[in-house]
Design a binder for this molecule. Structure first.
Ligand SMILES: [Zn+2]
Length: 107
């Protein structure tokens, strides 16, 4: 259920209310002081939504869902380049030893 942030014009209190969109349309919200002279604090609500999407996983999912398979494949190859025995570049953080397995290096 979405959270709506309200600002009371009578006592300046800012409070949140969880309402379904149907309730939002039909229920009249009152402040603790009894006033219904409220205004929505849209900025606070936008900040809440952005914050909740800020995990790396959700951003990664958002990014990969926009990529074509070719793009994904090329990134995958780049990220796993160190597994090839010809690889002479810098190893990823924490990777110190390799063993050979089917002609490929594994961590
Ligand atoms: Zn109030």
């Amino acid at each position: 259920m979405p959270t709506f942030t309200y600002m009371c014009n009578s006592c300046n209190k800012i409070f949140e209310k969880q309402l379904s969109f149907k309730e939002y349309d039909t229920i009249s919200v009152l402040c603790e002081c009894g006033s219904n002279d409220l205004q929505r604090d849209f900025q606070a609500d936008v900040a809440t939504v952005v914050e909740s999407q800020k995990t790396v996983g959700s951003l990664a999912n958002k990014n990969t869902s926009r990529m074509s398979d070719d793009e994904k494949e090329s990134i995958n190859r780049k990220n796993n380049a160190y597994l090839n025995k010809e690889f002479t570049g810098k190893l990823p953080e924490g990777a110190k030893t390799f063993e050979k397995k089917n002609g490929k290096r594994v961590l």
